[in-house]
Design a protein around this ligand. Sequence first.
Ligand code: ZN
Ligand code: ZN
Length: 142
Amino acid sequence: MPAIGGPEWTGGCLCGAVRYRANAPPQWASYCHCGMCRKVSGAPYMAFVEFPEGALEWTQGERSRYASNEGVARGFCGECGSSLTFEADGLVFMALGSLDHPENVEVQRHCYTKFKLPGIKLADGLPEFPGPFGGKGGFPIG
Ligand SMILES: [Zn+2]
Ligand SMILES: [Zn+2]
């Protein structure tokens, strides 16, 4: 991933009501194939990035939150409905697609592949985990 001083890490929802910025590159990024990510996004799977603690700043508007399961909230724009976050244990993970330049993010792994849609053939060579990735950079809760 580009070092500090590289691209700006900004993002927001489709309508622009909610915007954020990070002053450091993401420390990890993962695809998630779980059924809840599918529902909340309407897409076959999602990807999330985590910026270092304290790097993220909300610069415009306020996200709405939906408590999807115990200890977990999904953040979205109350105006346009764009998915923005996965939040658990005080951590906020950003939806990769909400970044202005998601092409600058190097995704490291696939998680919850036991729920992957059968028609999706992964060919990127990244490690695949049937459940959560247990180490640093994993989703704390499924
Ligand atoms: Zn919006
Ligand atoms: Zn998921």
